[in-house]
Each structure stands twice: as structure tokens, then as C-alpha cells.
Design a protein around this ligand. Sequence first.
Ligand code: NAD
Length: 499
Amino acid sequence: MSETTEKIHPKVQDFLNKAPRKLFIGGQFIESSSGKTFKSVNPATGDDLCEVYEADERDIDRAVEAAEKAFHGPWSKMSASERSRLIWKLADLIEENLEPMAQLETLDNGKPIRETKNADVPLVIDHFRYYAGWVNKFSGEVVNNSMHPNIFTYTRREPIGVCGQIIPWNFPLLMAAWKLGAALATGNVVVLKSAQDTPLSALYLAELIQEAGFPDGVVNIISGSGRIVGTAMTKHPKIRKIAFTGSTEVGKTIMRDASYDLKRVTLELGGKSPNIVFPDADFSKAIPGALHSIFFNQGQVCSAGSRLFVHKKIYDNFLSDMANEASKLKVGPGLEEETQVGPLVSAKQFETVRGYLEKGKEEGAKPLTGGVPKEGPGYFIPPTIFADANEHMTIVREEIFGPVVAAMPFDDDEQIADVVRRANDSEYGLGAGVWTTDVRKAHKVAHALESGTVWVNCYNLFDAAMPFGGFKQSGFGREMGKYALEMYTEVKSVWVNLH
Ligand code: NAD
């Protein structure tokens, strides 16, 4: 399973040749204060891919200073049209660089090139264009106050200031876009930290931010560890907001750290999402849908449909058809055009998922397909469907973040309360799926599920205009849509005495 070098796009080769890649602070690419570096690994081979400068607290100070300068300087003086044009220009530049950006993302994260080319990068482009359109449309309102006829009252939506954004490794470029779009549209400045396993696409994006002509310091891109750099950001007194996507465990630490100076916090965290198949579902849609819900991005999706509830009338047939299809999915290096399931992101993630496979078998679940990691090189785990799972099992309770689904039968039909209760029996509440041809049942179940998103007869669809975020311990706040703009603004009430 070796990835051939002739496939590498010249722009990607050029990017990799310029290692160690520098931090992007104040509009310049600079070395880290310590001069330390770390290596990003190609998960398809386990080989080193690119060396990157590693930031520490001093670099966060530098980035915050540059961001503040931009916030009080050129960025706030710029007209809304100009800001919108810059965000749109960035989208155009990404579109021009779609091929190399898709390839770099595949090399660094492992995900199949057919996904980076057709999903990740196109979604990023659309995301920036969507928020470019909001810049001059999101505003406060004139308020008809009830007691003061001679006082003119209105609200303003003002940017928060320096926003710290911390992202995970599962959709490195897309997560950066989700964070940057709304923050920039509302006039904030940003210090963004990528995940240590996948720093490269954010640094490529930084080059395009520079080329688009954003004022120096509006966006600063930092590579480094969560423990040092993430903590420094969360505790930095001049960072006014932390927007975080990652695990629930780290989300709790961030909330504690951010409480010292009452930073605004939004958290997009983990999930253990239920996917419910009723007996009247259209199999031709529900089977590919259930496969996509869990095997897309090797299951490293926060909303992955990892708890599959199938009605007992169809349970055996559905699962055997699903297992049959899953076993045909092409597992291989992400750069191969035909690959449908790539490697997991890192040796660490591979070991975590391998542990869950063992645990699932020990606790009595039965793998219908997969269940055994592939021999290296690379971190490959084949699509795995566990049947005979139950709510007491670790694989049903904990987020695995790999291509592993736990299937369970349910037996109510018109009385949907029981399966809904079981679906809601989780500390998480991020995504959920419902498969049925009965429109009444579809809406009833969608309303009863404790989940930030419910997909009916589809799964894992995302759109810049649709809000995304969690109930319960899957976090709070929303990304995307108009809702994300609210998360990046303060409301100011203005009273003007007309007497
Ligand atoms: P993680 O929580 O380990 O790391 C996420 C980011 O936080 C990284 O950049 C990391 O360096 C940083 N970090 C780690 N410790 C920190 C600390 N103490 N202070 C500040 N920053 C710190 O998560 P991960 O393993 O990178 O990503 C997987 C997790 O992310 C999964 O649980 C998944 O469900 C979740 N996720 C959620 C969403 C969503 O939108 N809800 C999307 C993608 C991933």
C-alpha cells in the first residue's frame, strides 16, 4: 500500500519542500519562539510527511498582539463591502487550489481523495461564500420600546474582538472554515490553532489568506499542542472568546479554564448518535445511508451514526445486506481514486479503535464484517458492524471515532416511545437518523430525539446555511447559518434622547 510520488501535485510538493512550515502571525510566516518543530505523519504509510514549527505561549502572545492591532486598526475601519469581498476572494483562491488542497488534506489526514475533492474542499468554498454574503446583512434592529415615546432605541451587533479557535483533526480544513467564516463576517480577528496531527491544510490556507489581502493580523494560524498552546489561548486575558471543536473531555477543561476571565465559549463536542431504521424504510436508501452514516471519513465524524437501531422484523435481513455491502467497500490509501475507506488519522487513534474492537468482542458483540485491524504499514481498520450489541456494552456507550457500528434490534412499531427512549439514553446529543416512509412517524421521532440535528431518510448532510451543534454533553452554541453570527457578536443597546 504505497502512495506513488508521481501523483503528488507540484504545489503540494512545493509546500512540503518548504519544511519546516512556519507559523502565520501578523501576516508573516515566522519561526516559533522556541525554534522547536514537530513532524506530521502520513497515516497511509506511517512515514513522516512534513516538519512544522511548534508554537508555545510566547507565540500566542505575539499572535494576540497582532490580532488586537488589526482589530483596532485596519480591520474595523474597513467597509462591510470590502470585508465581504476579501472573504469571497479567499473562496475563489481556494477554488483555484482545490486539487492541491484536497491532496494535502488526504496526505495529512488519510481521508479518501474522492471525499476531499468532492466534499471537504467544495464545502469550504461554499462556506466562505455564504458568510461573505452575510457581512452587510447581519445587524441590530430598531426597537419600539414600550415606555419612552421620546427615546429612540436600537441595538447594534458588535464583534467580540480577538477570538481563539481550536479545531480537531477529523476535517482539518473544513473545521477551520466553519470557525473562520462567521468570525470574519462579523468583524472579529482570530488566532486559530490546528490539531497537531493535521497542521498542513490550515497553513496552506494561511498562504491564501495572505494572497487574498486580509490586513496583517486579522487571521493568525498556529501549530502546536493542546496542552501548551491550547491552554495558553484559553487562559489568555486578551482573547475574549474561545470556539472549540473536539472531545467532550477537553471541552470541559476549556470551559473551566475560560471561566477565570469569563470568556465567551462555544463548544462542538463528541457524539454517540443513534440511527433508527423502521420496518417501512426504503432499503435501497436506508442501507447505503446507514453505511455512509458510520463509514464516511472512517467513522471519525462527531455525528457518526454509531448506534444503529433496526426494527426486529427486518433486523437480520437488513444487517446481512449491510454487512455484505460494507465488506465490498474499498479500503486503501486515500490518494487512490477508488479508495472508499482510508486509514485512521494516527497510530494513537488506530490503537484506540483496536481497543474498542477487542472490548466489543469480549463483551459479547458479534462482528458481522471487519473486526480485525489490517497489518501495517498505515493505520487501516476495515468497516466493522457489531450485531447483538446492547446498552450495557462499552461500544454502545462510548464514542469510538472509528469505522465501527453497534447494531441493536427494537420491537415497537406504532408506539415509538421505547426506541426513542433508548436513542436518547446517552450523555451526548449531536446527530440522529430516522429511516421511514411514514411522514407522520418521521416528524414525531425527529421532534422527540434529544439531538442538535436529525436527518430523515438521509445522514451526514451539512450546509453552510444549516446550524449544527449539540444538545447535552455534545456542547452548546451553533456553527453555521445565521445562528453562528450570533455567537460572534455582542448586542449593544443604544438609547437616544430626542427631547
Ligand atoms: P481533542 O479534544 O483531543 O482535541 C481537539 C483540539 O483541542 C486539538 O487542537 C487539541 O490540540 C486541542 N486541545 C487538547 N487539549 C487541550 C487543552 N487542555 N486546552 C485547549 N486545547 C486543547 O479532540 P480530537 O481528538 O482532536 O478530535 C476528536 C473529537 O472531536 C471527537 O470527540 C469528536 O466527536 C469531536 N468533534 C466534534 C465535532 C462537532 O462539531 N461537534 C466535530 C469534529 C470533531
